[in-house]
Design a protein around this ligand. Structure first.
Ligand code: ATP
Ligand code: MG
Length: 564
């Protein structure tokens, strides 16, 4: 099924309105990308790919007060990761490269009587814009002569005043964006990461965006719904400055990409992606980090691409999720569990199985002699190739078994609930890939909790070769004590509580991170950072890419009731 943007593109291609299509992803380098941006990237990149067109990453670097090269680099890395492009295959442009042409466009508007320098203070401008019910009032500076405007704009450019340049449109327009919007402002003494101190005036988004789209020959400028009301200004701008862009382009001014011909771009809007139980705005990310609610922008609880990657999400799982969400014209919220289901299904097929005890309880087997090493077969149980994992390629491996093992505390209960298929007093249970054991006795701590369990192996009950005739109720996982190693395991949960309204800081889930000291199979010592596993009966885990010591992050639990 095609989406509405594909319908538009197909119409434009068949009518000849566009010979080929070109899309862009235009982030402001003022923070890290999040899953919502991934949606926009896959939409723009996907459309260009589908129709044999071009895709560019263009930084909207028009505010030196907020932007930084650190974010530029992080965004490039994320886009490469998401699109699977090589560095040399990704076209990267910068809005700031066209500041010269934008300046010429502003001059041209002034000369055409379509822009004026306004001396009102910001709050005066705000007040004079009126409301939805009330028309705005004209600025007293609206009718200056072009010459005076040119002189004052020149002063703005030289940092001699702090006025603004406003488009002269219509203060009574029902669209607030058309009420003489600011198109240029003064930002003095701020260092721009590409331009240094060259500019003291900076164009506003609504003015800069259509110009840079047109310069680059972007045929379909796709943005989120909140820009719908800005579209008339987008069109107004191009209606009035396209001649300047064409001219500059012919003379190869600024860094106009040579492959591009200016195009009378059009803007199209789609619904932004919202995901439940998380926060989706760069501004709020900063608050979370500053208030130390999370451990940096790449904290595995964060919906940033860097956070998701560290959490163990693959770029294919994110792409498939974005595709599954589709392209809509109405805002809605997607259940986080839908995102989780994609990584879960993928890891179910690709993640080698391993045994890890998160909450260890000692268990001693009284009738087992381990003077000789005992190795058992344990299956990796993956259904597709291990090439991305490059752990050993066999389907199974040997694991140690000995007299003393660890089981999980929750797998032995004195007073079990109904249908508890694990170890109970005098009960039987199978140890995964090993023997059936029978409970004999246990020791308690002073507080009454279980300290240690003693059990016996049922003779002839080895997995795959069981002639014992004994039926064990269930199967539990375990780790051999002799060879087990320690690892930190981080159990992540959602950032926000289920019911949340009001300030997001009041709705943070206090249990979004629980760290446990686990006993893990020695085998995991060989794992690589970023490598994922299924810890049997516990979930999918990834070896943390940052921590040097053995440390795993829970990607997602094993099962979920969510139905797509
Ligand atoms: P934030 O509010 O998180 O700071 P932003 O919209 O200011 O996001 P930009 O860098 O301006 O971030 O966004 C770049 C592009 O990504 C824009 O075209 C914007 O429409 C798109 N985008 C941002 N958030 C989402 C989202 N949640 N879903 C889809 N597209 C998005
Ligand atoms: Mg923005």
């Amino acid at each position: 099924m095609s989406n509405f943007l594909e319908d538009i593109i197909e119409k434009d291609l068949s009518s000849g309105h566009a010979k080929t299509i070109k899309t862009r992803f235009p982030p402001e380098p003022n923070g890290y990308l999040h899953i919502g941006h991934a949606k926009s990237i896959h939409l723009n990149f996907g459309l260009a790919k589908k129709y044999g067109g071009e895709f560019v990453l263009r930084f909207d670097d028009t505010n030196p007060l907020k932007e930084d090269i650190e974010f530029v680099n992080a965004i490039i890395e994320d886009v490469l990761w998401l699109t699977n492009l090589k560095k040399e295959e990704l076209k990267v442009n910068y809005a700031s490269d066209y500041f010269g042409i934008k300046y010429e466009c502003a001059i041209s508007l002034i000369k055409k009587g379509l822009a004026f320098v306004c001396e009102l203070m910001p709050d005066e401008i705000r007040r004079s814009r009126g409301t939805f019910e009330k028309k705005g009032t004209n600025s007293p500076f609206r009718n200056r002569s072009a010459d005076e405007n040119l002189r004052l704009f020149e002063d703005m450019k030289n940092g001699k005043n702090s006025f603004v340049l406003r488009a002269k449109i219509d203060m009574s327009s029902p669209n607030m964006n058309m009420r003489d919007p600011i198109i240029y402002r003064v930002i003095k003494d701020a260092h721009h990461f590409r331009q240094g101190y060259k500019w003291k005036i900076y164009p506003m988004y609504d003015f800069a965006h259509p110009i840079q789209d047109a310069i680059e020959g972007i045929t379909h400028s796709i943005c989120s719904l909140e820009f719908e009301d800005h579209r008339p200004l987008y069109d107004w701008t191009l209606d009035n400055v396209f001649d300047i862009i064409q001219n500059a382009s012919q003379n190869k001014k600024d860094n106009i990409p040579h492959s591009s011909l200016p195009f009378r771009s059009r803007q199209y809007e789609f619904a932004r992606l919202n995901v439940s139980r998380t926060i989706m705005s760069k501004r709020y990310f900063k608050t979370l980090v500053d208030e130390k609610k999370v451990d940096g922008l790449d904290d595995p609880r964060m919906p940033t691409i860097a956070g998701l990657r560290r959490r163990g999400y693959t770029s294919s799982s994110i792409r498939n999720f974005c595709l599954s969400v589709g392209v809509a014209k109405a805002n809605s919220e997607v259940d986080t569990r839908q995102l989780e289901s994609f990584i879960r299904n993928e890891l179910n097929a690709t993640a080698p199985r391993a045994m890890v005890v998160l909450d260890p309880l000692e268990l001693e087997i009284t009738n087992f002699d381990d003077t000789h090493k005992r190795l058992l077969d344990f299956s990796y149980n993956i259904t597709v190739g291990t090439d991305t994992l490059s752990i050993e390629k066999e389907v199974s491996r040997k694991i140690n078994f000995s007299k003393k093992i660890f089981i999980d505390k929750s797998d032995f209960l004195l007073d079990p609930p109904k249908n508890y298929n694990r170890l109970t007093p005098d009960g039987f249970v199978r140890l995964k890939s090993a023997y059936i054991i029978k409970h004999i006795s246990h020791e308690k701590n002073e507080d009454g909790s279980i300290k240690k369990v003693f059990a016996e192996i049922v003779p002839d009950s080895l997995s795959g070769n069981d002639t014992s005739g004994v039926k064990a109720k269930g199967v539990i996982h375990w780790v051999d004590q002799k060879t087990a190693i320690n690892a930190k395991v981080k159990l992540y949960d959602y950032l926000l509580n289920e019911e949340s309204d009001g300030d997001f800081l009041d709705n943070l889930n206090k249990n979004s991170l629980v760290t446990v000291n686990a006993k893990v199979e020695k085998h995991l010592e060989k794992s690589k950072q970023g490598q994922s596993f299924q810890f049997l009966r516990e979930g999918y885990f990834v070896r943390d890419e940052k921590e040097k010591d053995l440390s795993f992050n829970r990607v997602v639990a094993l099962k979920d009731s969510f139905k797509m």
